[in-house]
Design a protein around this ligand. Structure first.
Ligand SMILES: Nc1ncnc2c1ncn2[C@@H]1O[C@H](COP(=O)(O)OP(=O)(O)OP(=O)(O)O)[C@@H](O)[C@H]1O
Length: 836
């Protein structure tokens, strides 16, 4: 579709640029859509809100009209129509305008959506204009009429001596007709903005053939949080929640009928003492029943909330822990932990306590309004006329609040993450005197969250104030109008209302106003919960890119590993390929040493064997079968890893050794003996039950490594993946660790990232990895014969006395240590001579 030549002239057209294959690009949001798409639209969008307002207006007008008097009065009102004494015209106009509005708004939305797909269709554009102007015309005409009529009625009431006062409900109809026509003209004008938003919204919501929402690349988008999904979280608690609902019905019932009895008390006080006593006694019983129901409701709802959050946390953690390793490369630990703790807490309140409050207040409002209607419809009509203003304002403002609140929560989470990082690395912070830096970083994050918090406080304050003013304004209106009716009653007992009824009415009004104010603050809570649930459901819905379940189990696994033309790039750094086409074979029982310059990709190869990541292309097989088709749980039992800086868990030595599988005490001790760990463990007061502290801080480097070797040995792995420690241990530790490693290597396929010459010399095969490729491979001697990377590496490291030479510590106490190191040194000397 080619854009017409006058594209620049039309603001709507210039927003879209057609692409070669008929796609449309939205310049503002840089969103591209291909051809025709199906979309989901939010339920609570502008048109639907307007329709609700029109509906309320229609219903209210009809009710006020119908409750306005007896049959003759109706007929008189129509037959002897009088501009300032009849309201038949208003009821008629309201019915006609409601139908017209419904038709025009529906048409307008349809046209706007069609226009998104065909932004250059002149006909659609003209029709959309007609729809817009039709709506605005009706709104202006109706507002003009209702204002004029209202003014004339008021003028007649105040100034005309022979004015026949209308039925109170009809007066309410005049007020509500004016208020609604005012709201509707605002809606009509806002419809221009709303339709523009709808176009963008439509582009942003697209579905694939399965009905899932997809992004511009056609990939499914994580599910959005919605209230229904939030409620579903509490589904298993449905039983006890329904119990709580019954209790809530009881307590709300009390709230609803109590004001009625208050009124009766006031009226009884004007008659006789017996009636007064009886009414107060009834009220006391009502309150006692209400108290019982209230405590049951509160207890059960809170209990259900606790259950929901406990389950939520477990499920969420399950989902997090199953994510592929790459996920943790891009997501900070603190942020994830925040979701587990604070976001789930927000949800706990939303799905139970807030939900209960929502129903309670709704019940209170509806019940109170019904009783108010029974007491005096006209007074109720006056109150209802202001409700739509409050609700429309609350919804719009609530949206803004949600945005600010989310921003605040994000900044708070950032601060939490920064603090966690510093505290968990306190040793590094201390040794580099990084306290000031850490304090500054945390302080700056807290300042940012404070900035957002103060914005939130102001916004929330304004929100609460406005809602409060509107609510109490309604009370004042009722007080004035009700006072007038009481006054009328004192003049003529057949008209107006008694003081008792006014008391009930005022209490109801307060109750409705309060419930309304609380309901609107609940809206804020729900919005906050929606924000939290967005983040939580994002984690819930995230399917790990590398699954850790399901797959084949080989009946026999000999330890054969093969890489075929493997290419790999870390997802967190997509522009930098790390492995660029590696072919290698490790035969069962072989010891293969990976060497090479730092950053060449050795550790990445080991990670790929563990299937922490999947290669971008090529294949990795274990025992002849592709790694991606094997059950990760199974093959990870067959592969054990001892890394350079082993991480231990903050539990006992015993639990750390038996981390990979359930083992008996005897097996644990045997593994520790094999790893030369038994002796030092025995010197500890609590032996195998000694706690190692966070990440094993209470153990020395050598001790940690030997525990890690025990942990690997207890798995009796077929393949051992070793990353030799580069950090220098003292001679004794070095020897003990080395001996444990040598023992562990026996009878297994071993892939070792080698840093010691002795390891490389004893390996069956040495593979030199450089810049993501295999630079050389062969035995130590073969590679030395080639004047290549390996020779340079060995020479550089030997002459530098670097990592590949065993640390010769003269203070060594054990004789065999010395002799072993001397042998190594001799070998190293040989090597240097050979190289020279
Ligand atoms: N999780 C990661 N995300 C992104 N890039 C990574 C990640 N881990 C490693 N890299 C990058 O991949 C490249 C290879 O790293 P790798 O750790 O495999 O090298 P290496 O040969 O084991 O180095 P060394 O001997 O120093 O341990 C490096 O450039 C490194 O920066």
């Amino acid at each position: 579709m080619a854009p017409p030549e006058d594209t620049e002239k039309s603001p709507t057209r210039s927003k879209y640029v057609s692409l070669e294959n008929g796609d449309i690009q939205d310049n503002d949001s840089e969103t591209v859509i291909e051809g025709q798409h199906y979309y989901t639209l939010p339920t609570l969008r502008f048109i639907n809100i307007v329709k609700i307002i029109i509906f309320i207006d229609g219903i209210l007008s009809i009710v006020l009209w119908l409750t306005g008097g007896h049959t003759k009065y109706f007929v008189d009102n129509i037959v002897h129509f009088h501009l300032t004494e009849s309201v038949f015209d208003l009821a008629l106009i309201c019915s006609i305008k409601s139908v017209l509005y419904m038709i025009l708004y529906t048409w307008l939305e349809e046209l706007t959506l069609k226009f998104t797909n065909c932004p250059f269709d002149q006909d659609l554009k003209t029709k959309t204009r007609y729809a817009h102007f039709g709506i605005v015309f009706i709104a202006i005409a109706v507002l003009t009429y209702t204002t004029t009529k209202g003014g004339l009625v008021l003028n007649a009431y105040l100034n005309k001596k022979d004015y026949r006062i209308m039925h109170p409900t009809y007066n309410a109809l005049v007020i509500s007709a004016f208020v609604f026509s005012f709201i509707q003209i605002i809606c009509a004008l806002y419809s221009f903005v709303a339709m523009r938003k709808l176009k963008v919204l439509r582009i942003l919501h697209r579905l694939n053939d399965d009905g899932e929402e997809v992004d511009a690349d056609g990939k499914p988008i994580k599910k959005k949080a919605n209230i229904l999904r939030l409620i579903k979280l509490a589904k298993p608690e449905a039983g006890i929640i329904s119990l709580a609902f019954f209790a809530m019905l009881g307590s709300s019932g009390v709230q609803i009928v109590a004001p009625l009895f208050f009124g009766k008390v006031v009226d009884a006080a004007q008659r006789n003492m017996d009636e007064l006593n009886n009414t107060v006694l009834i009220l006391l019983f009502i309150y006692m029943g209400g108290a019982l129901c209230s405590s049951a409701r509160s207890w059960i709802f809170t209990l259900a909330g606790q259950r929901v959050v406990a389950r939520l946390r477990k499920d969420l953690f399950k989902s997090v822990i199953k994510q592929e390793v790459a996920f943790f490369d891009t997501n900070r630990t603190g942020e994830i932990c925040n979701r587990l703790s604070s976001d789930t807490q927000v949800l706990q309140n939303a799905v139970t306590v807030n939900m209960s409050m929502l129903f309670r207040y709704l019940l209170q409002i509806i019940g109170s309004l019904v009783l108010m209607f029974v007491l005096n419809p006209s007074l109720t009509g006056v109150l209802i006329a202001v409700v739509p203003i409050v609700s429309l304002g609350a919804v719009q403002y609530g949206r803004y609040l949600k945005k600010v609140r989310k921003e605040f929560q994000d900044r708070l989470a950032d601060a939490g993450t920064t603090a966690e990082e510093s505290i968990s690395s306190i040793r590094t912070v201390r040794s580099f005197s990084g306290e000031t830096k850490a304090i500054k970083a945390y302080g700056s994050d807290v300042d940012k969250s404070y900035k957002e918090g103060s914005k939130l406080a102001a916004a929330q304050g304004l929100f609460d104030g406005t809602i409060g003013l509107l609510s109490y304004g309604a009370v004042l209106l009722v007080l004035w109008y009700g006072g007038k009716l009481v006054y009328e009653n004192t003049q003529d007992s057949n008209t107006g209302i008694s003081p008792g009824v006014l008391t009930s009415f005022l209490l109801y009004t307060l109750q409705v106003a309060l419930a309304f104010a609380l309901l609107s603050s609940l809206y804020g809570d729900f919005m906050q919960a929606l924000g939290a649930s967005l983040r939580i459901f994002e984690l819930f819905d995230r399917k790990p890119l590398v699954s850790s379940e399901n797959g084949d189990i080989l009946p026999m696994f000999d330890g054969h590993v093969e890489f075929k033309n493997v290419h790999f790039t870390y997802p967190s750094r997509p522009e930098t390929p790390v492995i660029k086409g590696i072919n290698l074979t490790v035969s069962p029982g072989q010891v293969v040493a990976l060497v090479g310059p730092s950053g060449g990709g050795k550790s990445t190869i080991v990670s790929l064997i563990e299937r922490f990541y999947d290669p971008d292309s090529g294949s990795i097989s274990l025992g002849g079968q592709d790694l991606t088709s094997l059950d990760p749980q199974w093959f990870r039992q067959k592969i054990a890893m001892v890394s350079q800086e082993p991480t231990l868990f903050a539990c006992s030595i015993k639990e750390n050794i038996a981390y990979g599988r359930n083992a008996t005490d005897a097996e644990i001790v045997e593994a520790a003996k094999q790893a030369n760990a038994h002796e030092f463990i025995q010197t500890f007061e609590s032996g195998y039950d000694t706690l190692v502290g966070e990440r094993g801080v209470r153990l020395s480097g050598g001790q940690k490594q030997r525990i890690a070797i025990s942990r690997a040995l207890i798995m009796d792995p077929v393949i051992l993946l070793l990353d030799e420690a580069t950090s220098a241990l003292d001679a004794e530790s070095e020897h003990l660790v080395q001996e444990a490693i040598d023992r562990a290597m026996k009878g297994r396929t071993v892939i070792v990232i080698a840093h010691r010459l002795s390891t490389v010399r004893n390996a069956n095969k040495v593979i030199v990895i450089d810049k993501g490729l295999i630079a050389e491979q062969g035995s130590h001697d073969e590679l030395l014969a080639v004047n290549g990377v390996y020779k340079r590496l060995v020479l550089r490291q030997l002459t530098a006395g670097g990592m590949m030479v065993n640390n010769g510590n003269d203070n060594s106490t054990e004789e065999n240590n010395d002799s072993e190191q001397n042998t190594n040194k001799d070998h190293d000397q040989d090597t240097i001579q050979q190289l020279d």
